[in-house]
Ligand binder design. Sequence first.
Ligand code: FAD
Length: 364
Amino acid sequence: MTDHYDIAIIGGGIMGCASALQMAAGGMRPIVLDQGDLGQGASGVNAGTLSLQIKRVKLMPYALRGHHEWEAMGDAVGFRKTGGYTLAFTEREVELLHERQKLKAEAGAPITFVSNNALRAAEPNLTHKVLAASYCPEDGYANSSLTGQYFRGRLQDAVVPYREGCPVTAVARNAQGFELTTAQGSIWATRLLLAAGAWLKPVAAMLGVDLPVNARINTVSVTERMLPLTSTVIGHATGLLTMKQKANGTVLVGGGWQGRGTPQEGRGEVMAETVKPNMALAQFALPALAKARVLRSWTGFEANVPDFYPLAGALPGVEDAFVLGCVRGGYTIGPYIGKLMGDFILGREPDLPLFDPGRDFHED
Ligand SMILES: Cc1cc2nc3c(=O)[nH]c(=O)nc-3n(C[C@H](O)[C@H](O)[C@H](O)COP(=O)(O)OP(=O)(O)OC[C@H]3O[C@@H](n4cnc5c(N)ncnc54)[C@H](O)[C@@H]3O)c2cc1C
């Protein structure tokens, strides 16, 4: 089977799919290829937290625009704008919270500090040991397990072809563009976008490019159904806790605690040594959780580079090849930065600057 497209996108996560839709809307003929199902990577297993309070300051303009994209996607992705509180329990955490939230507010996030009385009125089941709390009305969550289904529908509506169960195993550059060897035959494309998440390093290596991509292995846990305990997204000043109660009563707990494994080995492994402190912090914040049984914990791979900023732009040294990934809080920002990437490849001036994948990664 041999086909020729304007652009082939390796990776059907939120980055690859959002870019593909933008390029198709701009008149290009893209194809999206995923080694498994669309959204089976980080985009389908993440904690779904859409919080401006836990974003890096420099990424705030992207996160703010990302939030608008989520509002537009709405129920189809389980989007809920609940508002969110970030809590500090010690003097050191209070300092940290003030320092970080001030900068984020200056960068445009509507974050304020609330009194303990206001916090208790809004969230009566939280511990009374809170020393300070910040609030952002824009915070909320989506249901990441709907990502694949949602983008499959959007790609079908836009008549963008995609192939699942289609790992790309080799890429060759020639005068016409790129030839991709896949489990479903060869695919030809004039341009190439690498959007392979935590698998970016081996994928870029197929073109002889060494991207300094590392993978973190984040853990998420979900409890059994509980009576209503909390109605907002709860975070912690250190970033080591995110928590929200879903409409069905289950409580989803994350915070970037690490499991074990590498993307090349397939699924990662949950570690009791990190799930326990994650749940202990959740129970400290919301004491009624002490009675909750954890039904399931799982892991997913999140990519990053040494300066923890995104890779979004031209792939160094390979004409007509591009890369998008390694976005911290990438689920929140994905739908927007995907559009920016699409605009860049379409030859339009992106609304906000991209992040040159050829930069010196040790500068900040
Ligand atoms: C457990 C966890 C919790 C997180 N929680 C949050 C959160 O609460 N809020 C937030 O904003 N962000 C969160 N993130 C980050 C966010 O999920 C990611 O930044 C984002 O989903 C990355 O999207 P992506 O499209 O770049 O990568 P992915 O979604 O991983 O997509 C990459 C795709 O490439 C495919 N692929 C790889 N190699 C090949 C190949 N050779 N051929 C074909 N296909 C290939 C993979 O199968 C995969 O589907 C979390 C991440 C994890 C892992």
